[in-house]
Design a protein around this ligand. Structure first.
Ligand SMILES: Nc1nc2c(c(=O)[nH]1)N[C@H]1C(S)=C(S)[C@@H](COP(=O)(O)OP(=O)(O)OC[C@H]3O[C@@H](n4cnc5c(=O)[nH]c(N)nc54)[C@H](O)[C@@H]3O)O[C@H]1N2
Ligand SMILES: Nc1nc2c(c(=O)[nH]1)N[C@H]1C(S)=C(S)[C@@H](COP(=O)(O)OP(=O)(O)OC[C@H]3O[C@@H](n4cnc5c(=O)[nH]c(N)nc54)[C@H](O)[C@@H]3O)O[C@H]1N2
Ligand code: SF4
Ligand SMILES: [Mo]
Length: 740
């Protein structure tokens, strides 16, 4: 029996685990929090048990599957790769580039191998049809960052352990454990903020688990944060609370921003937002005058009509009140792998280099709206997608109007899914390519290092060896890319490594600057794959050893030997060096962002008489989006896919607790049990996403039996989008509720 340490790969917190294994029997005995982990200090949430349960799950696919007239048939890897490549290439040759499409899902962010090779797989597909879960998530924030800071991945993170005022909009970190904020055991950190005399204020249409521990919670009418933030800014300008500190000399457009918000007085937005004018004024003062304030927004501020405008206003408020890029404010992490380093100015906003066929939606940073995937298959005529590759995604349950998408997937000529579950999406595939689980792969916390509240680097070993005929995810992705390009995996891997090494060595401040590519690569492991790429990035990166083992500094070997996260210190002010805008200045009046103010001013925000309620989402501790309901420990208990409805609203409709209700929108209708609750504001109902495991032909026995639920994305509408980012709308959806 042995204990192995590694991080949990289910969410952005990346908590430290201790896993007891029986190597000889390839058995995982126990999974628990690692008390010695400097980041998580023993904390884990119930989902950590999924690391073991998914590995053991008899429903998990371990062999490629091919759909035949007689049902699913296991095939060998070579046949699976050959058939997949042939069908994709044939489709492209016959119908052109637009005939291919891809959807990349959330779990790819927790496998460094996937992160390294997916961009190359997309390149090899040569398709303009790239869809990802980002356009159901944080894409508005990336668009705002691109406009403000010159690069979409320059993302501000709350300095949670040093702030004394935390204004939290549309996020529920006590449950989600943070997003664009990697901070394991967030509840404890928020309580520590209160213990040092700080204040937590939560703005949310539901009294969430985070709101319950807050000093103040305000119900906001869903979808109206842009009004509230404009008013907070208006007060800040009116009351001369403006002090951008060290950023002052690097800002443009501050007067223009003031002009834009001047009409949004607290009095004019009070009815719209449901927050009293006096409260808005007080909030503006409290936040602006706090010593160390953060203003943070997440999913509830992104997946709404004004997602980009709201994301931008959150940053603008932080910048002009001096809460940006300083300890205790919003800060910018520095990864050991060198993803956030200084560089030359980048071209201005790249948008609309091509357009979607059905609605003419412009590509943004190479992406199309996930909400437009179905129509690019079923309403794009000759330009339609005929063959689709999905990787770690379940868009039938995670993107708007999933019912339409289901039908569209059925009409494809060919679909291949890289996934280890036969679920609501992958059941439409012709071929499924299942990688082994993350426990069987080495890893590096790459995503969470980029959003961490303290800089760190962490390597995780494979806990258990992958079976002989098992494929690591990167092997699958690289193999597909190589076959699509008509090259070998060896040659493609080498090309990628050389290109990336060249890029890193060129950086003047790299500890390896001046070395030749051959010299650098000569120092790396001979074993091809993402880990030697990671080693290169670490050694040429900001904390690297410059490929000299005798020097201080990081290398993969040092991370391996540490066997726990290596702390790299508190976040440091560094926004000015990071800026990639053309003049290395921040334009607070970027025309791309400001254009949506016009719509905001003209938006009457009145209720729809046919669909008088506003639907919002809800994350629960035992779920991870669509994919953990097959874990017995997490699926037990009462049905969780319930519609929260306010007591008075329920009484008005004659709805009792537990009664089935019909929830309808423009696009569909589902039936779900009502749960009467005072935690949700009047006029608002809340349903979690990720359920709807009641269809035939899937292999999710536990989910289907214990927590089938209903698919909320059968109700969400694929038509309205946040126009500046193409992000789909998952909150503030007009719906009707009727007794079932
Ligand atoms: N209504 C509504 N919709 C939403 C949201 C909401 O709040 N409300 N949230 C949105 C957000 S924030 C997100 S991120 C998206 C998520 O949307 P998706 O990424 O589409 O959904 P997930 O459930 O995260 O994806 C899980 C899929 O990946 C597979 N999987 C898990 N691990 C691995 C792995 O290691 N390798 C491979 N190849 N496959 C793996 C699972 O079997 C499953 O099929 O949903 C969005 N959709
Ligand atoms: N347990 C668990 N953890 C998760 C996930 C999970 O599915 N389960 N998913 C992971 C993923 S992919 C992500 S992206 C993160 C998301 O992390 P968070 O954004 O922290 O999580 P959500 O619960 O979606 O929080 C959104 C909040 O916005 C509120 N809201 C809805 N509409 C509005 C609005 O118009 N205005 C305001 N102010 N609030 C609004 C909702 O009531 C909700 O409380 O969580 C991650 N962690
Ligand atoms: S919070 Fe996230 S990373 Fe931590 S144990 Fe839970 S699922 Fe894993
Ligand atoms: Mo997400």
């Amino acid at each position: 029996m042995a204990w192995v340490k590694r991080s949990c790969t289910i969410c952005e917190a990346s908590c430290g685990l201790r896993i007891q294994i029986d190597r000889s029997r390839r058995k995982i005995q126990r999974v628990e929090g690692d008390p010695d982990d400097v980041r998580s200090r023993g904390f884990v949430c119930p989902k950590s048990q999924a690391m073991k349960a998914v590995y053991n799950d008899p429903d998990r696919l371990r062999q490629p599957l091919q759909k035949t007239a007689a049902g699913w048939r296991e095939i060998d890897w070579d046949t699976a790769f050959a058939e997949t490549a042939q069908r994709l290439l044939e489709t492209r040759e016959r119908y052109g580039f637009e005939a291919l499409g891809t959807y990349i899902g959330n779990p790819t962010g927790f496998d460094v191998g996937a992160m390294m090779y997916i961009p190359h797989l997309i390149q090899a597909l040569m398709t303009p049809h790239v869809f990802t879960a980002a356009t159901m998530d944080h894409f508005p924030k990336m668009v705002s960052s691109k406009a403000l800071y010159g690069k979409g991945t320059i993302l501000p993170v709350p300095d949670i352990d040093r702030c004394d005022y935390f204004l939290c909009l549309g996020a529920n970190p006590v449950v989600s454990q943070g997003s664009l904020m990697s901070a394991p055991a967030i509840g404890k950190r928020l309580r520590a903020l209160q213990e040092r005399g700080g204040k937590l204020v939560v703005i949310d249409p539901r009294r969430t688990e985070t709101a319950q521990i807050a000093d103040e919670h305000l119900f906001i009418r869903p979808g109206t944060d842009a009004y509230l933030l404009s008013a907070l800014l208006q007060v800040a300008f009116e009351e001369s609370l403006i002090d951008p500190r060290h950023l002052a000399d690097h800002l443009d457009g501050i007067e223009e921003l003031e002009r834009q918000v001047v009409s949004f007085t607290p009095e004019t937005v009070a009815d719209i937002t449901n927050i009293e004018a006096g409260t808005i004024r007080r909030l503006a003062r409290e936040y602006a005058q706090s010593q160390h304030g953060v203003c943070y927004g997440r999913v509830g501020t992104c997946t709404v009509r004004y997602g980009t405008l709201t994301s931008y206003l959150i940053d603008a408020l932080g910048i002009v009140t001096g809460h940006f890029d300083r300890p205790g404010g919003m800060m910018f992490p520095r990864s050991a792998t060198g993803e956030q380093e200084a560089g030359a100015p980048l071209p201005e906003f790249e948008i609309g280099r091509w357009h979607s066929a059905a609605r003419g939606f412009p590509e943004i940073d190479g992406q199309m709206p996930a909400a437009a995937l179905a129509e690019e298959i079923d309403a794009a005529g000759d330009r339609r997608i005929r063959a689709l590759l999905t990787v770690a995604g379940n868009p039938v349950l995670s993107t708007p109007n999933g019912t339409r998408l289901e039908r569209a997937l059925e009409s494809l000529d060919f679909m291949v899914a890289v996934d280890f579950y036969l679920n609501e999406t992958t059941r439409h595939a012709d071929i499924i390519l299942p990688p082994v689980t993350t426990l069987e792969m080495e890893g590096l916390d790459a995503l969470s290092a980029g959003t961490a509240v303290h800089n760190f680097a962490r390597y995780s070993p494979a806990v258990i060896e992958a079976p002989q005929d098992g494929k690591l995810q990167w092997e699958i992705l690289l193999e597909l890319a190589a076959r699509l390009q008509g090259t070998s995996t060896q040659s493609l891997e080498r090309t990628i490594l050389e290109k990336q090494t060249k890029r890193y060595l060129k950086r003047p401040d790299s500890p390896a600057h001046g070395l030749s590519v051959e010299e650098a690569i000569g120092q790396l492991d001979d074993r091809p794959g993402p880990m030697r790429l990671v080693d290169m990035m670490l050694r040429a990166g900001p904390y690297g050893d410059g490929f000299d083992e005798h020097r201080q500094g990081l290398s993969l070997r040092k991370l391996r030997n540490a066997n726990t996260p290596i702390a790299l210190g508190d976040l440091q002010p560094r926004l000015l060096e990071l800026l990639r805008t053309p003049k290395r200045r921040i334009n607070l009046a970027h025309p791309y962002l400001l254009q949506d103010f016009q719509a905001l001013r003209g938006d009457p925000a009145v209720a729809d008489e046919h669909y008088p309620f506003l639907l919002i989402g809800r994350r629960q501790v035992q779920n991870m989006n669509t994919w953990l309901h097959n874990v017995p420990q997490l699926a037990k208990g009462r049905p969780r896919c319930t519609l929260l409805i306010n007591r008075e609203d329920a009484a008005g409709l004659g709805i009792n607790d537990g009664q089935a209700v019909r929830l309808a929108s423009r696009v569909g209708e589902i039936e779900v049990p009502a749960e009467i609750s005072d935690a949700v504001m009047a006029g608002v109902v809340s349903l979690p996403h990720g359920f709807g495991h009641c269809v035939d032909d899937t292999r999710l026995h536990v989910a289907a039996a214990k927590q089938p639920g209903a698919n909320v994305n059968a109700i969400t509408d694929e038509q309205p989008l946040d126009p500046l980012s193409g992000t789909g709308i998952a909150n503030a959806i007009p719906v009707r509720v009727q007794p079932g």
